[in-house]
Design a protein around this ligand. Structure first.
Ligand SMILES: [Zn+2]
Length: 161
């Protein structure tokens, strides 16, 4: 909780509802250009198939002559797909990753605990046929977007290495 609070403060996230099932990316998509959180916007259309949810930097349009952020928006579907891709990339090479995580463990107890949790999770993991929100919340702390593309993912409880 301490860590989540520090994270929210760092990125100026005032209120984040982590349980919001229809919006798993709230507070977890961060701008790789200026460090602000991304916010969701629905591009409406009377045609349901053309309706799109996009994420863009909260500093994209700032008031009063301030320079706005030049990062591009990203489509909701790209974020879902990015998670699935990452999950598979790890799953395919899980022995490699499990070894690597264990070497990175160090003395940090929280990190050691997370590494054990991740190891368990991937040892038992099965193939995903669709986006799995429980898994997503267990694994992903934040995704960083650069030039409108997912650039980086930080895992829950992980120190950047
Ligand atoms: Zn930005």
């Amino acid at each position: 909780m301490e860590r989540r609070r520090a994270f929210a403060e760092k990125y100026e996230i005032v209120k984040v509802d982590y349980a919001m099932i229809d919006n798993p990316f709230a507070g977890r998509v961060i701008c790789g250009h200026c460090g602000s959180p991304f916010g969701r916007k629905v591009w409406n259309s009377t045609d349901e198939t053309l309706r799109r949810k996009i994420w863009r930097c909260n500093k994209k349009y700032t008031n009063k002559g301030e320079k706005s952020c030049g990062n591009k928006h990203i489509d909701d579907r790209t974020l879902y797909q990015a998670f699935i891709d990452i999950f598979y990339a790890i799953l395919e090479n899980k022995e490699h990753f499990i070894n690597k995580w264990r070497q990175q463990g160090g003395d940090d107890l929280l990190q050691k605990y997370k590494i054990e949790q991740f190891t368990e999770l991937f040892r038992e993991a099965i193939l995903l046929s669709k986006f799995d929100i429980d898994l997503y919340f267990k694994l992903i702390e934040k995704m960083t977007v650069v030039n409108g593309e997912k650039n980086n993912c930080d895992f829950v409880g992980w120190h950047r290495s």
